[in-house]
Design a protein around this ligand. Structure first.
Ligand code: PLP
Length: 225
């Protein structure tokens, strides 16, 4: 099956999940995760009308997206991978949304860069809902403090929360936890759900699903997330 058919399938499944969960049509935004795929492959998704894309590495995105943006109007690019401070300048220049704010230093650096570049980027804070030592993200018990810091100390508006549940856990409890943290902090958007579990994520209130392999197929290069 080609990319445009797979894209259509995912869109249809999302619409069905919205309906089943009694949620408004188009309340879920599909982020097509194009990491590791070349511009030629991504172009097929763009030609099929997809405009919202996710990448997990600043350098890789910088190599393919300026050119694709010249070719197609209305692209919205989301950074979904960890961000190093020395890449913050490029990230703020290139991306429209950053999902991986996960420590004070990077929040501060992003704010400075937005000021310097007079550019507004929407921000999500990543929560390590499974408290996994190897995974990025703020621990659930530290989330309220961190969100308070962003708001009060930095004057940053946090648009949403993001999580990547542990690979071999049932994701449902993690999605519920993310929603609970968002609710008590008055945060509207939830970035949760990937190819394997976006249906469940939509049931639990996700507003952004990050779907890669169900659209583009298997990634050849291994990526750690
Ligand atoms: C790669 C990646 C995805 C997409 O994963 P699939 O299982 O291919 O849908 C989603 N979120 C993040 C943070 C990723 O790095």
């Amino acid at each position: 099956m080609g990319i445009s058919s797979k894209l259509a399938e995912v869109r249809k499944a999302i619409a069905e999940c919205e309906k089943e969960a009694e949620r408004a049509q188009d309340s879920v935004t599909l982020i097509a995760v194009s990491k590791t795929f070349d511009a030629d492959v991504i172009r097929k998704a763009l030609e099929a009308g997809q405009r919202v894309f996710g990448e997990n590495k600043v350098q890789e995105a910088k190599g393919k997206w300026p050119e694709l943006r010249d070719e197609f109007e209305g692209v919205e690019l989301h950074l979904i991978g960890p961000l190093q401070s020395n890449k913050a300048k490029d990230a703020v220049a290139l991306f429209d949304v950053i999902h991986s704010v996960d420590r004070k230093k990077i929040a501060r650096t992003i704010r400075l860069e937005m000021e310097k570049q007079s550019r507004q980027v929407d921000l999500f804070v990543q929560i390590n809902t499974g408290s996994e030592p190897q995974k990025a993200g703020i621990l659930p018990e530290e989330a309220d403090d961190f969100l308070g810091f962003c708001k009060v100390e930095l004057g940053l508006t946090i648009r949403g929360l993001m999580c990547i549940p542990p690979a071999d856990d049932n994701p449902k409890a993690h999605f519920k936890l993310l929603r609970k943290i968002a609710k008590r902090n008055d945060i509207k958007d939830l970035s949760m759900g990937m190819s394997a579990d976006y249906g469940e994520a939509i049931k639990q209130g996700s507003t952004f699903v990050r779907v890669g392999s169900a659209i583009f197929g298997h990634r050849k290069k291994p990526v750690s997330i």
